[in-house]
Design a protein around this ligand. Sequence first.
Ligand code: SF4
Length: 206
Amino acid sequence: MNTNYDKLFEQKKNDIDPSRPPKLLLHVCCAPCATACLLRLAAFFDITLYYANDNIMPAEEWQKRLDELTRLTTIVNEGSFEVQPLRPLSLVVQNYDVLRFLDAARGSEKEKEGGARCKKCFELRLGDAKRYAERHGFEMFATTLTVSPYKNSALLNEIGLSLQTDKLLWLPTDFKKHDGYNESIRLCKKYDIYRQHYCGCAFSQK
Ligand code: SF4
């Protein structure tokens, strides 16, 4: 039977003590995906955004997506977003090192999007998020990647769950539910946020 990760998310959310919102490290692939996820998360978690995306090529595109995420963070923190965050969002950026991605992807460069290369790409980025979250005392970690219809939410959740520990829990999500992807398109139009036309790596661009 398929696991309903959206239902698991709702259960976790309902268990939260509002006087003590969990510290959540949210791995963010790009601002467009973050918009719809923040709609679902901002009122319940103490969120730090984590931009760790060695897969994005070229470096100028990595920077462009970061600039848009920085702008979205400002929009939210200024109170102009549709949902107010419990606490001001922080944005942490992991230094760009595309060689780490190319190493991880070696041998699967020719795979179609959604294949073995993407699994390695997810493992790389979620592993980075897990290590940062552990070092900095977060209680939970999650990713915006599940909002995309091109990303396998079950696989993302399986990887996340395999990385969780007693002290650092994976927050299961399936942000494409509740029309998440269309919501991200709507919010990008509303806030004039750049939406890229390829996933990230040069292989997906082809
Ligand atoms: S297509 Fe996207 S998810 Fe797959 S390897 Fe490339 S950047 Fe990563």
